[in-house]
Design a binder for this molecule. Sequence first.
Ligand code: GLN
Length: 264
Amino acid sequence: MTADNQQLTIGWLYPTLMSTYGDRGNTICLQKRAEWRGYQTQIVPLDQQASIENIRQVDIIVGGGAQDRQQEIVMRDLRGAKAEAIREKIESGTPGVFTCGSPQLLGHYYEPALGQRIDGLGLLDLVSKHPGFDARRCIGNVVFEVTASQLARDLKKMLGKVPLIVGFENHGGRTYLGKVEPLGRVVKGYGNNGEDGMEGAFYRHAIATYSHGPLLPKNPFLADWLIQTALTQKYQTPVELTPLDDSLAMQARAAMFKRLGVNT
Ligand code: GLN
């Protein structure tokens, strides 16, 4: 099967409510990197108007960050059959990238700075709590190593090594993991809570992270991992992506590592 008769459907969680921190760049990056290789793409908003069928048809899910208020609206909408459909997708191995506010809603609950605890999907074994507006916000560039075993193994196979991830975090909430595997170990920045050195979570094929940036244009190999995993899953046949010229992204990464004093 060739790229031109393969198709990728990207599900974008609540594009208007959860795009506060520039994470739409992840959706654009996935779309472009698939199209540049000849795959057809379609973006489906998974918002208040979305049907269960819309959720079932997607091959990759992208969820961005939001402020507490918008996040609360989303968490109240994402219940019942809709929540079940998202859960089924992730459990069955549909890959996804969930940033900041999105992992908070995939966990057991989120306690906002103001107001009551809001239940999440309970899909990731983690909880998130905002300690209040007096507490220091976790803001700044972040660098972390990938420790999630399957992702590290796949990246090593794709690239011959496991590159550091670079991004930008901006969160008040602190996340504490239960049994779910962390995505990585913090080299620079706060990560999940600024205390235990862990960053994000990894479950089935879902990347959960505090890293905006947006994440994928800054770490294009993660976008390729998502595309490759999605196509392999969908067509049940191994997929080799043709290489792209990522020299500008690599220069940007090198400049940031240098600025942060991180050896790669
Ligand atoms: N509202 C959440 C917090 O402040 C999420 C912020 C974000 O998505 N960047 O923790």
